[in-house]
Design a protein around this ligand. Structure first.
Ligand code: CA
Length: 230
């Protein structure tokens, strides 16, 4: 067995490996496992969209049995900024351009050498962590007008009065409060609150729960901050 150095940026990562070739998937899972990552494997695109929450990185094959990997990536990008590295046999310039334009952070053509894959993952993660460190949100309760949301203590007050919210309502409000002044897509809310990047065609779950929080957003938008969803 070759020894692969444990890279700090890879150890303790959760990697979603989307690859339908069993042999390739097993080899990659072993490689990433030796580097210290926890690997979640799936060979289907739709399954990937349901399992991506909480993952630090997605390795995405494009030729999948149930849907094209580019469609997986486009759907994922409406919900999440999780780093994605495409690994595929499609090697034309056009395919690379399509993949990067669809939101991939890097694009590797198979067969990929193990050392090169680890180095590419390391480079993507170091770059993104540096950006995340520069734009980290301040900690502590979020205040929007009379509404205060304490995400650590899971408490919401309006003008000092505690509010009784369901778990889903709290998560929805907390997600919106953490993104004040930004438009938050239904796909992002689905992933954060319900754990899947797939939105039902009618978007009913988001509308129902968001509707019950109208009071909070009205209060909040009466101040300089606003809640949005599109
Ligand atoms: Ca494939």
């Amino acid at each position: 067995m070759r020894f692969w150095p444990t890279l700090l940026s890879i150890s303790a990562m959760r990697v979603l490996l989307v690859e339908d070739d069993e042999g390739v998937a097993s080899a990659l899972a072993e490689l990433l496992g030796h580097a210290g990552a926890a690997v979640i494997r799936t060979g289907r695109g739709a399954d990937a969209l349901h399992r991506v929450k909480g993952c630090d990185l997605v390795l995405l094959d494009l030729g999948l049995p149930d849907m094209d990997g580019l469609d997986v990536l486009r759907t994922l990008r409406r919900a999440s900024a999780v780093p994605v590295i495409i690994m595929t046999a499609r090697d034309s310039d056009g395919a690379v351009v399509l993949g990067l334009r669809a939101g991939a952070d890097d694009y590797l053509v198979k067969p990929v050498r193990k050392a090169v894959l680890l180095a590419r993952i390391d480079a993507v993660m170091r770059r993104l962590r540096r950006v995340a460190g520069e734009t980290a949100a301040p900690s502590g309760p979020v205040v929007a007008g009379p509404v205060t949301i304490d995400r650590e203590r899971r408490e919401v007050t309006v003008a000092g009065t505690p509010q009784a919210l369901t778990r889903t309502e709290f998560q929805l409000l907390s997600t919106l409060a953490g993104r004040q002044g930004e438009a938050v897509s239904r796909e992002e809310l689905m992933l954060e609150v319900w754990g899947t990047a797939v939105v039902a065609p009618d978007g009913a779950r988001v509308r129902f729960s968001a509707g019950r929080l109208t009071w909070a957003c009205e209060f909040a938008s009466s101040s300089s901050s606003s809640c949005f969803w599109r």
